[in-house]
Ligand binder design. Structure first.
Ligand code: GLP
Length: 241
């Protein structure tokens, strides 16, 4: 596992946008797995700025989702589909046709999970998967004690994650209890997972991920098993390393 410490979130965003730009120059139709939450926003801004400046051609890039809430109405502004379209697909000038994600409003959620897992493989696999990290060490929505071999499936959120994510909703009662997430095994299939963590609130989870044992209680620690995983942390998130 490669660990890179950067001064702040902006520098982390710039560094990872550079890595994406370099991938796209080698493989213009790369499949980019994107994460939601506040942490990756500086990556998307830096990448969109490079595209706008003509420094990167992202016109053939393909974008795929990491996870999704179950049961939000189609088009809800906080569904991860809406967030990814708003924060990534539109700013990069891509169309919805270049985007794939799990169907959180499907009647048969399990079938939707299996279909998405299959679709990722059929698309050639994820080339670069961006990840944030939850305060409890989750990646995607793989909460503590998720199987390290898990595939895309339905999960129940912990109360802590619902509290953490309540800031995106009017009140906590609106935060769904269930989600679809790429499994840890699915995430480890990506050719290059890159986790970005910023701020002191993530310092404990980062220390467990990087220096702790590989254990399902800290799902992000599974990245230690990947031959080409990168963890980018700002100085605050690195403070317990
Ligand atoms: C959610 C997402 C994760 C993300 C996490 C942290 O739980 N499912 O993919 O990493 O939030 O979000 P933030 O970056 O806002 O702290």
């Amino acid at each position: 596992m490669e660990v890179v410490i950067v001064p702040d979130a902006t520098a982390g965003g710039e560094l990872i946008a550079e890595a994406i730009a370099s991938l796209l120059s080698r493989k213009p139709d790369a499949l980019l797995g994107v994460a939601t939450g506040s942490t990756p926003l500086p990556i998307y801004r830096a990448l969109a700025a490079k595209v706008a400046a003509g420094a990167v051609d992202a016109s053939r890039a393909r974008i795929c989702q990491l996870d999704e809430y179950v049961g939000l109405p189609v088009g809800h502004p906080e569904s991860y589909r809406s967030v990814v379209l708003r924060e990534v697909v539109e700013p990069l000038g891509l169309s919805e046709a270049s985007f794939m994600g799990p169907d959180g409003s499907a009647e048969d959620v399990q079938a939707a999970c299996e279909a998405y897992d299959r679709a990722l493989a059929e698309a050639g696999g994820v080339d670069l998967q961006l990840l944030g990290i939850g305060t409890d060490g989750h990646i995607g929505f793989n909460e503590p004690c998720s199987s390290l071999a898990s595939r895309t499936r339905i999960k129940t959120l912990t109360e802590q994650t619902r509290v953490d994510n309540a800031r995106f909703f009017d009140d906590i009662d609106q935060v769904p209890h269930h989600v679809i997430t790429q499994g840890i095994g699915t995430i480890l299939d990506a050719r290059h997972p890159i986790l970005l963590a910023t701020g002191e609130g993530k310092a404990e989870a980062v220390a467990q991920t990087v220096e702790g044992p590989v254990a399902s209680i800290v799902p992000a620690s599974a990245l230690q098993l990947h031959p080409h995983a990168t963890v980018v942390v700002d100085e605050a998130a690195a403070s317990k390393l």
